[in-house]
Design a protein around this ligand. Structure first.
Ligand code: HEM
Length: 130
């Protein structure tokens, strides 16, 4: 990712911080609307899961310009996700739901360039977790 795209992802995510609960809740509603079968992978408390996802995304976004530190974190997440029975093909619908939610929440601020920057960021995550 270019430094410009990293900066775009960081600043847009920062703008979402005051609405982070709404963001992650909308994300899971969208994910389970589009791929109901994925709901079965999750143990139960989606509020708790929303909080850990928000905290992890925050950590990851802050580390986007430090890939040497980020990659080992993603590898750890990857092995935990394998234990949760997450399969490589689950990453695409997860990414689509994430981009859709960003678009809904950021509305006109979600420009084509910002979409591209987020897609690159998610591809980096997914490639290192799949
Ligand atoms: C690519 C970005 C992703 C991130 C940043 C992420 C983040 C997290 C985090 C922080 C946890 C809490 C447990 C832990 O830290 O080990 C978790 C759990 C989990 N994630 Fe993900 N995840 C991602 C992708 C996915 C995908 C693609 C799926 C499949 C649909 C998935 C399904 C799950 C499940 C089933 C759990 C366990 C929930 C439970 O305890 O019942 N995740 N994820």
């Amino acid at each position: 990712m270019s430094p410009e795209h990293i900066a775009l992802v960081k600043s847009s995510f920062k703008r979402l911080q005051p609405r982070m609960n709404e963001f992650v809740n909308m994300f899971y509603v969208r994910l389970f609307d589009t791929r109901p079968e994925l709901c079965l992978l999750f143990g139960g408390n989606i509020d708790q899961q929303s909080r850990v996802l928000a905290a992890m995304l925050d950590k990851i976004v802050k580390m986007l310009d430090a890939p040497d530190a980020l990659v080992p974190l993603l590898r750890d997440l990857k092995s935990r996700h394998a234990a949760f029975k997450v399969k490589p093909e689950h990453y695409a619908p997860f990414g689509e739901a994430l981009l859709w939610t960003l678009e809904m929440m950021l509305a006109r601020e979600f420009t084509a360039e910002l979409r591209q920057a987020w897609r690159e960021a998610y591809d980096f995550l997914a490639t290192n977790m799949r």
